[in-house]
Design a protein. Structure first.
Length: 147
């Protein structure tokens, strides 16, 4: 499984912890799109870089971290085909995969503690999309026909 990582300065340290945590796992390959320090940067770039790597099929999933997980997930969700879920607990992480076929997990480093964040990562990566009734709903996200 290939995973893209991205963060702004607020998420940098947690991104590094996630990178270290996943780097010792067999069968996981990581691509880190930065940022690489706590120096202030703008989060949209990192959301977009990770989103592009998924759309380009360079990776299977993305993990994005900013202070709250909000800005970076909003940025990623602007890219067609991206379903970034900002999760604050393991139930959200599991259901984001099972029901929403989320392809990016977003985390808020100022919202969730490190131990919980790693549990959320585990839950996200081990859950699978259930398809069935959820398939049509996910397709409807992409094919908005109201406007
Ligand atoms: C950066 O200070 C902060 O605004 C950012 O990390 C994130 O929380 C935005 O949604």
């Amino acid at each position: 499984m290939k995973i893209a990582l991205g963060a702004d300065h607020g998420g940098y340290e947690l991104k590094e912890k996630i990178k270290q945590y996943l780097s010792i796992r067999k069968g996981i390959e990581l691509i880190d799109f930065g940022t690489n320090s706590t120096e202030s940067v703008d989060y949209p770039k990192y959301g977009h870089l990770v989103a592009k790597s998924i759309i380009d099929k360079e990776v299977d999933y993305g993990i994005l971290v900013c202070g709250t997980g909000i800005g970076i997930s909003i940025a990623a969700n602007k890219i067609k085909g991206i379903r970034a879920a900002n999760c604050t607990n393991t139930t959200m992480a599991r259901l984001s995969r099972q029901h929403n076929d989320a392809n990016i997990l977003a985390l808020g480093a100022r919202i969730v503690g490190d131990v919980l964040a790693l549990d959320i990562v585990d839950e996200f990566l081990s859950a699978s999309f259930e398809g069935g009734r959820h398939q049509k709903r996910v397709e409807e996200i992409e094919n908005c026909n109201i406007f």
